[in-house]
Design a protein around this ligand. Structure first.
Ligand SMILES: Cc1cc2nc3c(=O)[nH]c(=O)nc-3n(C[C@H](O)[C@H](O)[C@H](O)COP(=O)(O)OP(=O)(O)OC[C@H]3O[C@@H](n4cnc5c(N)ncnc54)[C@H](O)[C@@H]3O)c2cc1C
Length: 292
């Protein structure tokens, strides 16, 4: 039997995000605030939606939806809709910063992103799914998906031997080779065992039961894939928790990548975050406004 196990790298794909139906939004704002609200929308919505006009297209739909939801609360699309308001914050950056500073986090729940995280371990996914609020999760099934020579087990190992702090504790390059070998041996036995069964003659439910029994000795580090949707309020929280220097290295590495994506794509929502690099190449993300 050949060596089936393959070494993999955890990867992050931002596969979906909130989008706005501008025609419906325009109708709704006309209903709520007539010309004042629609004039605000014309000045702020994406260029081209209303036949030109001022461009606001540096603001992403996800960010714009949060602003729309927030302004709906006080009818603050302009002066003249709510007699209690004598001025409004015009700029989206300033508007969103004020909501972050006040801790008005619920409006950040309206927009989501969907990440497809590939080649990540079950160590990682077990930690990720502890975040219960504001998420949707669909993970590769370890009962349906069977490892074999054509679908080998993936494994990622942190190379701790790179760091002086571990070398002094006798962690060597050979430590990783030993860990790889341990995982490979577990998989080899698994592959050998499954050769004994006549899979072609089994019902799906029987295959699932057997696959689930056989997978038990496989390592926690075996790679799998997960689709994870989270709203921005949740993302701000999880980004902080999972890039803490005390977080597990794989989840910190992946959330560091997620942080970099989020800051680039949604600069207004994450405008108060700062990244501090760590010696292992990952980074700790911390916001100015913690309670959002
Ligand atoms: C460095 C690190 C080490 C960890 N070590 C361990 C460990 O040794 N053992 C272990 O079991 N777990 C551990 N965890 C997991 C941790 O305890 C949490 O379960 C996990 O991070 C989920 O975070 P959360 O509780 O904020 O939940 P989320 O689901 O992300 O919730 C977000 C927020 O919503 C609120 N909330 C959510 N649910 C409720 C509720 N039921 N009631 C009231 N408010 C709620 C809270 O304010 C919470 O912070 C660790 C996490 C980290 C980052």
């Amino acid at each position: 039997m050949g060596i089936a196990m393959k070494l993999v790298e955890p990867k992050v794909y931002l596969i979906a995000e909130t989008g706005i139906n501008y025609q419906e939004l325009k109708a709704a704002l006309k209903d709520i605030g007539g010309d004042i609200a629609t004039a605000w929308l014309k000045g702020h919505a994406k260029y081209g939606m209303f036949g030109g006009g001022e461009s606001y297209d540096e603001v992403n739909d996800g960010e714009f939806l949060i602003e729309v939801a927030g302004r709906t609360c006080y009818k603050s699309y302009g002066v003249g809709l709510n007699p209690n308001i004598t001025k409004i914050r015009q700029e989206a950056k300033e508007y969103l910063e004020n909501t972050l500073a006040k801790g008005d986090g619920s409006i950040f729940e309206h927009s989501t992103v969907t990440l497809l995280l590939t080649n990540i371990s079950r160590v990682f996914t077990h930690e990720l799914v502890r975040h219960r609020v504001g998420v949707a999760i669909s993970q590769e099934s370890g009962r349906y998906v069977r490892i074999d020579q054509t679908n080998p087990m993936g494994l990622w190992l942190p190379d701790l031997s790179k760091f002086e702090k571990y070398r002094k504790h006798k962690i060597k390059v050979t430590t990783n080779a030993y860990l790889q070998e341990s995982a490979r041996l577990a998989e080899e036995r698994y592959l050998k065992l499954q050769e004994d069964f006549n899979w072609a003659a089994m019902e799906m439910n029987e295959k699932k039961e057997l696959t689930s029994a056989l997978r038990r000795p496989l390592p926690n580090g075996q790679a799998n894939n997960i689709t994870w949707t989270a709203n921005h309020r949740t993302l701000r929280h999880v980004l902080v928790m999972r890039t803490s220097e005390f977080a597990e290295i794989e989840i910190r590495m992946v959330f560091d990548k997620i942080g970099q994506l989020l800051v680039k794509k949604f600069p207004l929502i994450y405008q108060d975050f700062e990244r501090t690099p760590l010696p292992d190449g990952t980074g700790v993300w911390k916001p100015k406004y913690v309670k959002v």
